[in-house]
Design a binder for this molecule. Structure first.
Ligand SMILES: Cc1cc2nc3c(=O)[nH]c(=O)nc-3n(C[C@H](O)[C@H](O)[C@H](O)COP(=O)(O)OP(=O)(O)OC[C@H]3O[C@@H](n4cnc5c(N)ncnc54)[C@H](O)[C@@H]3O)c2cc1C
Length: 411
């Protein structure tokens, strides 16, 4: 029987960091990952901001960084370009995830690949919650843990298994969007991430060119129209300068189609992110930034809070849901209000292409630091040109961009 203080499910950025932070706090920690290797297949555009790294105290080693970038350039339907300048990195994401997991192992965690959690049984001693008996596919199961941290991404496996209320799972699964991309070669770049808000191709989503080293780039999209995702991306490529460029397998992928991607939760944080002996982090908790769907920064940060809470709860010998409620309080105090940003995103996608472009033309070239006066000026300029836009909630739509900055966990 394997026993531990903390069992972490999934070795993405959330799980790797949850294991690292738990082990650093002296907790006996096991990290399990379903796949035979960490980080592949890659399901990420691979960018992370410098602000995120500072916020997390991460010093990225050279081998995980593909390219340093200047910020985001948003390209609106009529081609108007506006910038959100803030520095960051495009990672070799699988190497980044492997590096974090290696750091966790170095700090004392055990790691088991090819281990897939499929069941959890509650353990009680003298009527008091005492941990979880976890089972699944993999030779090190069963594993008994005082606390489980669910970092299983969009699978959100523990929410599906744990049924506190009869047959009802801990959380109902929400909506997801599809994300898909190609690696391309000889892609022109000036060091900005290009985000195209072109609803014709990416419904309630966007398309991107994320530059990497040696002229490589990820060219992709997220869209709510999941069945059309690949076709829409191919059509977008066909009408842009990307058409002439070569699509290749990324270095970690040897065969199969060139396309790679995944799904992203978009219903916001789960109703319950803690329970007896259980905390949900990252995508498994529904933490993604509403407009540009970035989730690594949120996953990495929520992992810190979960590990902190686990260490305190274990030291007090109180693994109950009410003790772990501290975790939910910590992230709620820190992360920006999802509903407010979502309202802005919905207002943005309620605009026609023409209205969106008009709004963009009223923005200053640099959108990051408009300040209250700047925003008021833009709103005034817009409403003079098209007063009807007031009723289409143009102000929340504008604010959605501000909330997508790194300091609000946008990337
Ligand atoms: C196409 C695309 C582009 C994106 N671009 C960006 C971007 O540029 N920047 C950004 O910040 N975010 C981006 N995201 C979102 C980002 O990838 C996620 O938010 C982030 O990876 C979440 O980290 P996580 O650790 O919570 O989950 P994941 O990274 O999804 O990791 C979960 C891990 O759990 C494992 N797992 C699942 N079930 C089990 C189980 N039962 N047992 C054991 N292991 C299990 C999985 O194999 C996986 O390794 C993008 C997403 C997509 C799909």
């Amino acid at each position: 029987m394997n026993t531990c203080d903390v069992l972490v499910i999934g070795a993405g950025p959330g799980g790797g960091n949850a294991a690292l932070q738990s082990a650093k706090r002296g907790l006996s920690t096991i990290l399990i990952e379903d796949h035979p290797a960490i980080g592949t297949p890659v399901h990420c555009g691979e960018c992370i901001s410098e602000i995120a790294c500072q916020n997390l105290g991460i010093k990225l080693p050279d081998h995980v960084v593909s390219k340093e970038v200047q910020g985001i350039r948003v390209i609106f339907p009529d081609g108007t370009e506006k910038c959100l300048t803030e520095e960051g990195y495009v990672l070799e994401k699988h190497l980044f995830e492997r590096w974090i997991a290696d750091e966790a192992v170095e700090a004392g965690a055990s790691m088991h690949l090819n281990h897939k959690l499929s069941s959890m049984e509650r353990i009680e001693e003298d009527g008091k919650f005492a941990g979880w008996m976890c089972d699944g596919k993999g030779e090190n199961f069963p594993i008994q843990a005082k606390i489980v941290i669910d970092a299983s991404g969009v699978a959100a496996i523990c929410s599906k298994i744990v049924k506190p209320d009869g047959d009802k799972p801990l959380n109902e699964m929400g909506k997801v969007v599809a994300g898909m991309q190609y690696e391309m070669l000889e892609v022109p770049t000036d060091g900005y991430l290009d985000f195209y808000i072109w609803p014709e191709y990416a419904e309630k989503g966007y398309l991107w060119m994320i530059p990497k080293c040696d002229g490589r780039a990820n060219v992709g999209l997220v869209t709510e129209d999941r069945p059309r995702a690949k076709k829409a991306l191919d059509e977008f490529i066909d009408i842009t300068h990307f058409k002439e460029l070569e699509q290749v397998h990324p270095p970690w992928k040897e065969k199969g189609t060139h396309a790679f991607g995944g799904t992203i939760p978009i219903s916001g944080p789960f109703v319950n992110t803690h329970y007896d002996g259980l905390m949900l982090v990252g995508d498994a908790a529904g933490f993604t930034s509403p407009l540009f769907e970035g989730g690594s920064h949120l996953a990495l940060k929520s992992a810190v809070y979960a590990a902190e809470t686990a260490a305190a709860a274990i030291s007090e010998d109180d693994l109950s849901g009410s003790r772990l409620a501290e975790y939910t309080k910590l992230w709620k105090d820190e992360f920006p209000p999802y509903d407010k940003i979502l309202k802005g995103k919905n207002a943005l996608f309620n605009l026609t292409d023409d209205e969106m472009s008009l709004m963009a033309r009223c923005f200053p070239n640099e959108m990051s630091d408009m300040g209250a006066r700047g925003k008021a000026m833009v709103a005034l300029r817009l409403l003079i040109r098209r007063p009807g836009l007031y009723f289409k909630r143009i102000v929340p739509a504008m604010l959605a961009f501000g909330y997508s900055r790194a300091k609000f966990y946008g990337w």
